[in-house]
Each structure stands twice: as C-alpha cells, then as structure tokens.
Design a protein around this ligand. Sequence first.
Ligand code: GLN
Length: 488
Amino acid sequence: MTAKLINKTAHELHAMLKSKEISATELTDEVFAQIDKTEETIGAYITVNRENALKEAKAADEKIASGDIAFLTGIPIGIKDNICTKGLKTTCGSKILENFVPPYDATVIAKLNSQNPVVLGKTNMDEFAMGGSTEHSAYKVTRNPQDTSRVPGGSSGGSAAAVAAGEAICALGSDTGGSIRQPASFCGVVGLKPTYGRVSRYGLVAYASSLDQIGPLTRDVTDAANLLNIISGVDEMDSTSARVKVPDFTAALKNDVTGLKIGLPKEYFGAGLDEKTGAAVKSAADLLAQKGATITEISLPHTEYAVASYYLIAPAEAATNLERYDGVSYGARVAGKDVPEMMTNTRTEKFGAEVKRRILIGNYALSAGYYDAYYLKALKVRTLVKQDYDEAFKSVDVILAPTAPTAAFKIGEMVGDPLKMYLQDVCTVPLNLAGLPGISVPCGRDGNNLPVGVQFIGRPLDEETILRTAFAYEQESGIKWELPGGAK
Ligand code: GLN
C-alpha cells in the first residue's frame, strides 16, 4: 500500500474526514500499516493499543456518519506513557510501573476522549521523564526517524519519533525541562510547552511538579494550536491550573508579524552552540525581520545558572514524588525478609540508574545542613531567571532562541556522561523555571542534514503570540515536517 494519508497533518485529515472523502478506519489502518513497517526499527511505542484503536476508529466513523465531528474525531494519536489512561498500561518507561493500569483517565485524556480520537498506544520515554535522549527507558531505545543511528531526543522521544515517522498523526508529551521541545527539534516536528498552569497535570505522573506541563507534538503549528485548544483549561483536580479563560488559539494563526518585537538573547547564542545550528536559527530571525518584525539583541544574564538550578530543583521534587513507589502503594514489589528490606529490594531492582542518581541528588539537596546551600539557593536563582524574562518582556513581545545547542546526537554518545547530557538542556530549562510557554518549529538543517529547531518564548499565558510568530515563520519559510526517506 502506498501511503497517502500518513503524510498529512491532523487538520488536513480532519477536513477529509468531515467531507467523508476518507474514513477513520481507513486512516487508522494506514497508520497501523506504517507501524508494522517501521516500528521495529524506530521503537516509538511501549504499548500499541491496536484492538481498541480499531474499535475507536469504528466508533468515530459512526459519529461522523451522524454528522457529529470535532477536531480530533477519528484522528490517530500517540500518548506519552506517563499520562494516565484508564485501563491502558502506563509504565512511565520504568520497571517499577511495568504492570500499572491506571483506574482513571488524566484530565487531558478525558478531554481528548470527548472528541472520539483513535488512541494508538503509549509512547516510549526516558524513565519518569528523566533524560533528553529516550535512552533511559527501561524498555527500549527509540531511534530518530530522520537518522536511525541517532537519538530522537527526550524525554518525549517516542511521541516525537511516532509523529515524525508516520506512526501517529500527532501526540501528547510532557515537558519539565525541554522534553517536548527538544525531541520535536531533533525529529523535525513542532512541539509546544504551554505556560505552567495552562493545562491540567491531573493524571500526569509527577516528575517535578512545579515544572511539569503536558503539551502537543505535531506536524505543523496549526495542529499544535488545535490540540492546545482541546487540552487547556482550569481543572478542579489540579490546584495549580490557571483560573483564566482559554482563548481560541487558532485565531492567533495569522501570517502577520508586522510591528512584532522579537528579542534575541545573546546568552543563547554563545559558546557551545553548534555553528550551523546557530546559523539556521539566526536565519529564522532574518526572515521574520524581512516580514516586518523588529529584531533586537537582549540579555538574560542569569541563563548560565539555570541548568544548575534546574538540576537541584527537579531532582529534589522528583526524590519526593518518587517516594510513593515503595512496593506497597504502587507498582512492583520485590520480596524481602521485612518491610524495610522489601522496600529496599523493590527500589534497588526496579529503578534505573538515572532515576537513582536523581533521587540521591534530590535527597542530598534537601537534607538538613545542605538545604540552604543547595535547594534554597537554587530557588533564589530560579527567581533571578524569572526576573530576567520579566525585564526582557518589558521591551519585546517574543524571544527567539535555539531549542537545543546541537541537532540530534548519536545513540550512546552522551549516555555515559550525565553532566554532558544535562548541559544539552541549556536552552530549554530556563523557560520551565520561569513557567513560560515555548514552541519549537523546524528551521532548517545542520551540517549533517539533521533538522534544527527554532524556539519562540512568550509571556506567561501568551501562547497566542508565540503561535502567531511560529505560524508566520512556518508559512514564510516553507520549512515543514516531511515523512523521512526511510519511513516512506
Ligand atoms: N532533559 C531534562 C531532564 O532530564 C528534561 C526532562 C523533561 O523535560 N522531562 O530532566
């Protein structure tokens, strides 16, 4: 079968479903045919939900036949495996949750389900979302569809790879320090991290609760805006969700950047940035300038401390959140002669090395005697990072930066050197610390012909401006995701 549907966006497929040119069953069959063809190489999924997905496609077709169609009706979607799906295994990429079947849906899943999508399965990820390459999954290594010797990024690497390889039309991921945007940039797709609080975290297995957000990975900006419309909103089940009205984000998709003030933070273009990557990102700024935006250089002076601050705050919160996996309340249990030994055995055997490293760092930073020197200081730095942005947004509307300092690296290249891996997050973690929205869109290729992402950063709750900028850039540049050669 030659692929004719899997290389389209969700909004294009929505139009075709609506006009009854295609059926959801036909579309789902084509996606599964692609999964059969490429999944063995790519490894995007931990769980493929084929039987149920085909039922959902049928149900969607019935809905459509009765004239009832919403944006996601009949659209095949992948879900990161740390988002709870009722009755469908949710492992977080960890052996400790190997057999965990959630008894409830995350709020975002309930919202999606109200539109009758086709849930294809649960996508691979770094264990508990700790990592930037998906090599820390306890199950498999996901390969980048653009070059299968390379990582897809992480921790939402399975979601990004599935969307890029035609194994899903769109997907949900989560972003604590870059886990949506960085894999999107590595795989040549679009990834949006909403403002902290825009999307409910209820049912997202917690990594670092003050940083985590769920967001879409899609093939273009229009799909990202549509998905954001669906998943946003205040939720009684998440006290940190923002009590604000949700605009129609698609209304922001105007190809017009006239008068828009864009800032280029000099700290994001310094040492460590690959030359060709930097050039591709700067060419995005040049194009927007030609189209009527004003570009100015700005400074975010505390950027260099953001990674250090993040790698104290995130592990501290993770150490606390992961205490619940004790062999009693959740997940796996490994026997021992008494309760403490049972807990020790369970956690020793079932957590991977990176998770243990973070638990140790986190508990160390929180322990009496070190709390002030590490955790509290990290919180103060977090405030300084946030203030840098507040100051910058007095003079610019949007900040343009690389999503990552390089394009996708080789599988195995960094996994043995945690510090090197952590430094990869330099362009993404500052936003999470400040709670700001950011979107990564493809902006060209590096010296190895790998996709490069440009990141647009906005004021709190101003996803509209970053979507508008990203949309205009996408239209004017003509640079867009395409099914990679190997996946065709
Ligand atoms: N790479 C970062 C980390 O390892 C970010 C992960 C994320 O956003 N979940 O913590």
